[in-house]
Design a protein around this ligand. Structure first.
Ligand code: 2HG
Ligand code: ZN
Length: 481
């Protein structure tokens, strides 16, 4: 536990809280004592996400159970000029669900029902607080799959996934959350309920407002219900982990896998990532020897032919010197254990309060991104532990810098932030993104201009003002309104 920020939520909230008595009374009669929480423990719990760079300080936690309760809450917030932070499973990594300035947290935790699965239409409708993992299970009961998946799916909620356009470990095959949202119900900053696209496959009737809410990070309103597309589960997925001598080799291996396998995932991690995860989780390393990098490749292997093809591909890569060692899962339980080597990294390193980078460029430019950022890292972080991993098949790298015990969070953040300028200049030169899948939130907003030009940001402000004229929702996130 290297968590240096002290969690003084209750005390700060008492200082900052700006909820007028009349609104408190109205909320109490709407929600009762048990769904309007103000005790210090709840404020600390619901006031933050997985980030640890600001302390939570909400004024209260609201737990509505219906859309009409949410509309009433928004009307009250408008009337009394109180800010709301929409809140899901709070597994975000950019501070998008932090309530640090006396806001009210609007939690969707009590609105988690799966409402319907339509087998012929291959879709599922649920409340905004439905847990991602429960959506996976409900789809599986009907022989179908909701294909957006990531390590935090056991606690993340669909509303948050949609509000951040979540990516995850199978984007290379299935795309981001955006590809799977066919309908949304949202409550905007005026308290209006909008029904967007109603689950339709075909609907060419002007601007598609649904897509504005996907990736909106809670600044336009709150997602209260969603309809999602479902697909067939993959046939006989298998995982290979490959020991790889260099980042350049990883890209050659990716090209080969794209050409010869039915790919489901192509992930990578560095040797330090592997060391941390095997030690931290008490799991067996895949190889006796160590290699600078590892690729985790998942593919469909429905026939003996597909398996032979994978083996031949690996042999070919070994001949070229791109792969030094390989292991192929022989059972479902082995497939799951191999996945843990990659999926458990983020949680394992959280104890070092890492500084997170989540950068991307096109797959074509990924080798350039890797080598340029690697050079910067070698120059600026020579004395620090740097953990590389990510979705290299999507051109998306996670670069985590671990905080030494001896340095405070503030000092460490300031140092890393100054290095970020160099990293993001490289990202900008390559036409990439400073936040590939974690969103902008509070953490990345000072850097937004590296990825979006001033004309775009002005338009975004205008759109925010249209949906949320009083600036109630998630103030200070993404950009200053
Ligand atoms: C992952 O890919 C998540 O594991 C978390 O997006 C990445 O912790 C991170 O930086
Ligand atoms: Zn990721």
């Amino acid at each position: 536990g290297k968590d240096v920020i002290t969690m003084t939520a209750g005390k700060q909230a008492a200082d900052i809280g700006k909820v007028p008595d009349a609104m408190t009374h109205a909320l109490r009669s709407l929600l009762g004592e048990e769904r309007f929480l103000t005790d210090a423990e709840s404020l600390a719990h619901y006031g933050r996400d997985w980030t640890r760079f600001v302390a939570p300080a909400p004024s209260g936690i609201l737990l509505p159970i219906s859309i009409s309760e949410i509309q009433t809450i928004v009307s009250l917030a408008r009337q009394y000029k109180v800010k709301l932070v929409p809140s899901g499973g709070r597994t975000g990594l950019s501070g998008g669900a932090m309530a640090a300035k006396g806001e009210l947290v609007l939690s969707l935790e009590r609105m988690r029902k799966i409402l319907q699965v339509d087998k012929a239409g291959r879709s599922l409708t649920c409340e905004g607080g439905a847990i991602t993992g429960e959506i996976h299970r409900a789809a599986a009961e009907h022989g179908l799959m909701y294909p957006v998946d990531f390590a935090s799916s056991g606690s993340s909620q669909i509303g948050g996934n949609i509000a951040t356009n979540a990516g995850g470990i199978q984007v290379i095959r299935y795309g981001m959350t955006r590809n799977w949202v066919t309908g949304l119900k949202v409550v905007t900053g005026t308290g209006e309920l909008l029904e967007l696209n109603q689950g339709l496959v075909k609907n060419n009737t002007g601007l598609d407002l649904r897509h504005l809410f996907i990736g909106s990070e809670g600044i336009l309103g709150v997602i209260v219900e969603a309809t999602l597309g479902l697909t067939d589960p993959p046939k006989t997925p298998r995982v290979m982990v490959l020991g790889v001598p260099s980042m350049a080799s990883l890209m050659h291996v990716l090209t080969g896998c794209q050409a010869q396998l039915s790919l489901l995932a192509f992930e990578f991690f560095s040797d330090l990532a592997l060391q941390k995860v095997t030690t931290g989780q008490g799991i067996q390393p895949p190889f006796k020897d160590r290699y600078p990098f590892y690729a985790l490749v998942e593919f469909e292997s429905a026939s003996a032919e597909a398996e032979t093809q994978a083996e031949q591909l690996v042999e070919g890569c070994m001949t070229q010197g791109w792969v030094d060692d390989a292991v192929l899962s022989q059972s479902e339980s082995q497939r799951r254990s191999l996945w843990r080597l990659r999926e458990d990294i983020s949680e394992t390193i959280a104890q070092w309060t890492p500084y997170k980078n989540d950068i991307s460029t096109t797959v074509q430019k990924t080798p350039a991104l890797l080598s340029k950022v690697d050079a910067l890292v070698a120059r600026h972080y020579a004395d620090l532990e740097v953990v590389w991993y990510g979705h290299i098949g999507d051109g998306n790298l996670h670069l985590n810098i671990l905080k030494p015990d001896t340095v405070s969070v503030e000092e460490f953040q300031a140092r890393c932030k100054s290095v970020s300028h160099h990293v993001f200049r490289v990202v900008q030169e390559l036409g990439g993104s400073i936040s590939a899948e974690h969103g902008v939130g509070l953490l990345k907003k000072d850097f937004l201009h590296f990825s979006r030009d001033p004309a775009e940001i002005t338009l975004m402000r205008g759109i925010k003002a249209q949906f949320d004229p009083d600036g109630i929702f998630n103030p200070g996130n993404v950009f200053n309104a």
